[in-house]
Design a protein around this ligand. Structure first.
Ligand code: MN
Length: 258
């Protein structure tokens, strides 16, 4: 199996290296990651400046590739040049901090896995609900290897990736594994307005913690209960339940002048 791993925390993040170690017994692992912190870069790609790639020595003496690009760029660089089209699996992580609910399209981690699906590979993202320390990362690495092994024999449906979130708990305190749907999480008091020393106003995003709606069967609820959450995510963002509603508004009969 040809495995491409990336992240949005940067090439020096310990989670990326732990993922490499865990996946190595399953195939050839190539590490391509941003050269700096790129969290919350979403699905962005670099179009207006050169993409640079440098070989960097990893803690085990192997080489990985660091780029000035985004997490999604890493997948493109891997598939279009460094590894080639034969990438079977793209794994993004292990991210420091969870990627739950409405966070998904902000997340460089989850969007790198989305890019994996776009380029025709199987893909999953893995994150740990822990900003403080490394508790949960060992288990996340082990669970990633388990999922990668499952994906050797089973194929995800077209346009689908897995979004995995692991609680920041020791393995013996994790209460189970649940296949979930995407829940609802948002950041309420997100904006801080301040004044700089020159008297000008500036803003700082991301102040308060998230507000979760703890609905049954969701990723946010599973992780809150100490479970590992595995959510199949579809790249088709169509609001199917709204198709008929929007059609009923009559906007398709807009009179086009020709
Ligand atoms: Mn991150």
């Amino acid at each position: 199996m040809n495995i491409l791993i990336t992240n949005d925390d940067g090439i020096h993040a310990s989670g990326l290296f732990m993922l490499k170690k865990a996946l190595e017994p399953l195939g050839k692992v190539t590490v391509i990651a941003p050269d700096r912190q790129r969290s919350a870069s979403g699905h962005s790609i670099t179009l207006h400046k050169p993409l640079r790639v440098e070989r960097v020595k990893l803690p085990d003496g192997d080489f990985g590739y660091a780029t000035n690009g985004t997490p999604s760029d890493c997948v493109s660089l891997g598939v279009l040049d460094i590894v080639g089209r034969e990438v079977d699996l793209v794994v993004a992580g292990i991210n420091r901090g969870p990627n739950l609910g409405w966070d998904l399209t902000y997340s460089g981690t989850v969007c790198a896995a989305m890019e994996g699906v776009v380029v025709g590979a199987q893909a999953f993202a893995v994150s740990v609900n822990n900003f403080e320390n490394d508790t949960g990362f060992d288990f996340a690495a082990k669970f990633s290897a388990f999922i990668a092994e499952v994906l050797v024999n089973r194929r995800l449906p077209e346009s689908v990736l897995l979004n995995i979130n692991v609680p920041g708990l020791p393995e013996n305190e994790i209460t189970g594994v649940e296949v979930t749907r995407q829940g609802k999480r948002h950041y309420a008091g997100k904006l801080e307005k301040r004044t700089d020393p020159m008297g000008r106003t500036y803003y700082w995003l991301g102040g308060d913690g998230p507000l979760d709606r703890l609905e049954e069967g969701t990723d946010v609820k599973a992780v809150a209960e100490g479970k590992v959450s595995v959510t199949p995510i579809h790249l088709d963002l169509t609001g199917y339940s709204a198709l008929d509603i929007v059609k009923s508004w009559g906007i398709e009969s807009f009179r086009l002048s020709r």
